[in-house]
Structure formats: structure tokens, C-alpha cells
Design a protein around this ligand. Sequence first.
Ligand SMILES: [Zn+2]
Ligand SMILES: [Zn+2]
Ligand SMILES: [Zn+2]
Ligand SMILES: [Zn+2]
Length: 233
Amino acid sequence: MAARTFPGTCNFYGETFNTRTIVRHLSTCAKRQEFETKLIKNKKAKALSLYHLYVEGVGVFWKYWLHIELPAGASLRNLDQFLRDIWLECCGHLSAFTINGQRYSVSPITDSWFDLHELDMKAKLHDVLRVGAKFGYEYDFGTTTELTLKVVGARESSRAAGGIQVLARNTPPEYKCQACGNEPATDICTDCLYGGEEQPALFCETCAEEHEHDDMLLPFVNSPRTGECGYTG
Ligand SMILES: [Zn+2]
Ligand SMILES: [Zn+2]
Ligand SMILES: [Zn+2]
Ligand SMILES: [Zn+2]
């Protein structure tokens, strides 16, 4: 059986691609090249190394993904903050990257008795990651959201340094209300979702208002953390 593909859009023009075709599109996208040219024209030319990363999070209902580009000299902490801002932050939980078996944590633990030798997130991407490297990330060590990341490519640009740029992102999950079957789902009930039985957990606005667990409803948003802890987008 062919794996299901989850569509997404190029951030420069809004065309839709799937997870297989987006990488090739990004390397040839005319709008992206136009954007790049503008950045270079206005700034003093100086070589800047950039990394292209793919980030993926598998949720209960959907696969969420991002293609981003950022300076290879950015720190893991910079990447951590970006992931929190776009996808994850609910109540300031701990987080950690795992690269080649080494954990890089926001709150590193070193304990030789337990053989724990975590590092902090000061490391720069180009010092710990090469093109092709795959690595993991966890946000919240209780109700954990796990992400997998890959360095898709690297390039030199004569543009000025900037922050982290989103190149492409999955389109929002499209689900109908599981109660009425008509309207788009806007809310997710964490009680019904993790209640152990197969039961409706996605509701439209109208059905959400009538739902018995009104204190367990969270907005159904475009993030692998939707329906977890207190995440509201
Ligand atoms: Zn494009
Ligand atoms: Zn939380
Ligand atoms: Zn409904
Ligand atoms: Zn419920």
C-alpha cells in the first residue's frame, strides 16, 4: 500500500505540492529565486551558509511538516525557539534534541551515576549536523510531542543573515465534524480522544457548544501538538 501523502504549500507563491514533490519544487521555484535576488540586491554581499531542514511531526489525525531555511551558524536554541513559536509552546515545558545519541537539552542533566551527559543547546548547527543527518526533538517530557528532522541541503548565499525562513508548510488538516458529519471540525475533545473508546473527538462549532465535556475542548489547529496538554495554537 502506498503511504499517504500530506499536501502542503510553497510559502513564496502558494502552489500546492505533496511531500515527495515539494523538495524539487523548492529548488526551482521562480518566486523563491525572485525573493532571494531582492534580499541580495539590498544588502552588502558576504557569503552566508544556510541549511535547509525538513521537520515532521505525526499527529493522531494528520502528518504535519515544514521545510525551513536558516543560517548554519544558528544555535540549537534558536531552532528550539522557532519550533516552540510555530508549533508547540503551551506552558513552557522542557525540550531536547537528540543528535547521534547525544542529547542537547534546555535544562541539561549530568549525572555520572546514571550515565547522563546531556549538553545545553548552545551548539551551532554546522558544528553538530551535516547534510543528510537525521535527528530527533522532543517537546514536553510528559505529554511529549516528538519531531523528526533532517538536513536536506546546504548552500552559500550572498544575502544578509536573517532569521529562520519557512519555505513550505503542510496544508491544515481537513476534517469534518465527527458528530454531525457536515461542518468542518474546529475543536478537539481531549477527553473523547484519549477516552479509550472509538468515539467522536472532532467537533464543529455548533456541536462543540453542545458537547458534554466543554472544559476539555481545544481548538483543532495546524500543529502536531493539537489536542495535547493546553495547546491552543
Ligand atoms: Zn514556489
Ligand atoms: Zn502544556
Ligand atoms: Zn457538527
Ligand atoms: Zn468529549
